[in-house]
Design a binder for this molecule. Structure first.
Ligand SMILES: Cc1cc2nc3c(=O)[nH]c(=O)nc-3n(C[C@H](O)[C@H](O)[C@H](O)COP(=O)(O)OP(=O)(O)OC[C@H]3O[C@@H](n4cnc5c(N)ncnc54)[C@H](O)[C@@H]3O)c2cc1C
Length: 230
C-alpha cells in the first residue's frame, strides 16, 4: 500500500521493522515476520510491503484474498502507528495495492533451469539473458528466502527454458519460463524479463516459418550480445 501524512524524522532501518514484526506482529494479527517500507523523504509518503496473501487462480478466491489483503494492510497501519509513532502516528492509507502474484503457472520447457545452475553461474550454449539477482522465494506467509550471491556473480537463462519441447513457434518470456521454484524466483525480476522478451522476439524472427528449435544460435547471440557480455 501507499501511506501518506508521514512525519519527517529518523526512519527505522529495515532490520527494525523485521525485529518488531517478529516480536509483536502476532498481536496485530499480522502474518509476516518481515517486510519493508520505502519512505520518500520530503514527500511524507511511503510504499509499504508487510502483507502476504495466497493468490488463488479462480476469480472468486482471488477477490476474497484481495479483501483479506486490505484487512491486513489496515492492521499494518495500526502496527506502524503504535510501534513507530515518530514517523507513522498520523499516517493514513493513500492507496491499497492490488495483490501481486510473483509466480503462478509456467511452461514445461526443453530445459528446466535449476537453483544449482543459478548458484553455480552455469553457462549455456543457448544462453539469452543474465542477471545477478538473488534467489528471492516467497513461498511461505511468514517471510521469504533471500539468497544473495558474490559481487561478481552473474547467472544465465538458456533459450531452452523459454521453449516448450514440442512446439515450433512458441517462446515464453518472463515469469512463465521453465525453472524450478527457486531458480525462477531469481530470473523473474524485471531486468531479465525484459532481456527474455527481446530474446523471444529475436528467436521467433530468426525462425521465420521454420522451427524455433532450429535457429542459428550464433546469430541469436550476436543480436543479444549487449545483454550477455560486457
Ligand atoms: C509484489 C511484487 C513485488 C515485486 N518486486 C519486484 C522488484 O522490486 N524488482 C523487480 O525487478 N521485480 C519485482 N517483481 C517481479 C516482477 O515485477 C515480475 O516478475 C515481472 O514484471 C514479470 O514480467 P512478465 O513480463 O513475465 O509479466 P507481466 O509484467 O505480468 O506481463 C504480462 C503482460 O501480459 C498481459 N496479458 C495477460 N494476459 C493477456 C492476454 N490474454 N492478452 C494480452 N495481454 C495479456 C498483462 O496485462 C501484462 O501486461 C515483483 C513482483 C511482485 C508481485
Amino acid at each position: 500500500m501507499v501511506l501518506e501524512h508521514l512525519t519527517e524524522g529518523q526512519k527505522p532501518n529495515p532490520q527494525e521493522y523485521a525485529q518488531r514484526l517478529s516480536a509483536k506482529g502476532a498481536e496485530y494479527g499480522l502474518v509476516r515476520r518481515d517486510g519493508f517500507a520505502f519512505i520518500f523523504p520530503e514527500r511524507g509518503t511511503a510504499v509499504i510491503n508487510m502483507t502476504h496473501v495466497e493468490t488463488p487462480l479462480d476469480p472468486i478466491g482471488a477477490s476474497e484474498k484481495a479483501l483479506e489483503g486490505k484487512d491486513q494492510a489496515d492492521r499494518v497501519v495500526q502496527f506502524l502507528k503504535k510501534e513507530f509513532p515518530d514517523i507513522f502516528s498520523k499516517a493514513r492509507v493513500r492507496a491499497y495495492g492490488l495483490p501481486g502474484i510473483r509466480q503462478t503457472r509456467w511452461i514445461v520447457g526443453r530445459h528446466q533451469l535449476t537453483a544449482d545452475e543459478v548458484r553455480s553461474a552455469t553457462h549455456f550454449q543457448d544462453e539469452v539473458a543474465r542477471t545477478s539477482w538473488p534467489i528471492e522465494l516467497h513461498g511461505q506467509p511468514e517471510g521469504y528466502v533471500w539468497e544473495p550471491f558474490g559481487d561478481d556473480h552473474v547467472h544465465y537463462v538458456p533459450l531452452g527454458s523459454l521453449v516448450p519441447a514440442y512446439a515450433d513457434n512458441v517462446v515464453a518470456a518472463g515469469r512463465c519460463i521453465d525453472g524450478d521454484a527457486a531458480a525462477l524466483s531469481s530470473v523473474r525480476v524485471m531486468g531479465p524479463c525484459i532481456a527474455m522478451g527481446a530474446a523471444a522476439a529475436h528467436a521467433l524472427d530468426l525462425a521465420g516459418s521454420g522451427s524455433v528449435h532450429q535457429i542459428d544460435l550464433s546469430a541469436l547471440r550476436r543480436r543479444l550480445v549487449d545483454n550477455l557480455e560486457g
